[in-house]
Write a protein that binds this ligand. Sequence first.
Ligand code: ZN
Length: 272
Amino acid sequence: MKVLKSLSILFLGTLVVACSTNPFTGKQTLALVPNSQILPMAFQQYQEFLTEHKVVTNTANARMVKNVGQKIAAAAERYLNANGYAGYLSDYRWEYNLIDSPEVNAWCMPGGKIVVYTGILPITKDEAGLAAVMGHEVAHALANHGQQRMSAGQLQQLGAVAGNIALANNPENAQIFNTAYGLGSNLGVMLPFSRSHETEADHIGLILMAIAGYEPSVAAELWQRMQAQEQGTPPEFLSTHPSSSTRIQNIQAWVPEAKAEARKFGVTSFKR
Ligand SMILES: [Zn+2]
């Protein structure tokens, strides 16, 4: 019993000091549950999600999701390799699936497991619009925002079960995980992270879509369409969502920077 107690104290101590650097901002962020534990859990939850939902295959849209996803993933790898973070994505197992659902939603779990819902396609409208959404969601995953969305208690609970992957048999933990990574929104719209994380994901996502060869100013147009669609969504969603006009202004101001980053990789034309 005593041994168990000191082991758990040791474990909590490890939780508190674990830190990782956000490769895009250089900021230290807490990584309370390490990738070695979070990724197997993410992969398991992703597989489960796919078996419980209708995956669209062999349509033009399904192919577009895979194609754009591959380009965004390649952009992330090029950017990280060039900025001293080679190997940052070595444990990623990229996957891109389109799900048949009216929800206006998309998310990326840590490890590069992406889902786009058919309900968001009328708003993304075209390939460049989809690249804006996927760039944004991948940015959340790269910057490790999901974990930072969890409370300390939730992290401890997850960290405690992660080692033996009891997650699938524990609905409460699955709930924590899914909420943190944007699954299972009951509002029928994309679940926002905190304002600062949303802004960070917009910035990183813009750079990724530009390196992938897409016109970054399309992201501003996308969020304008999103704003129009959000009329009529519940106030609880709007109260936590970053103001769309600020977001659009930010994105427009970052477009030259995103293009300058892309040019470093020889990308000089941007598809819209
Ligand atoms: Zn977001």
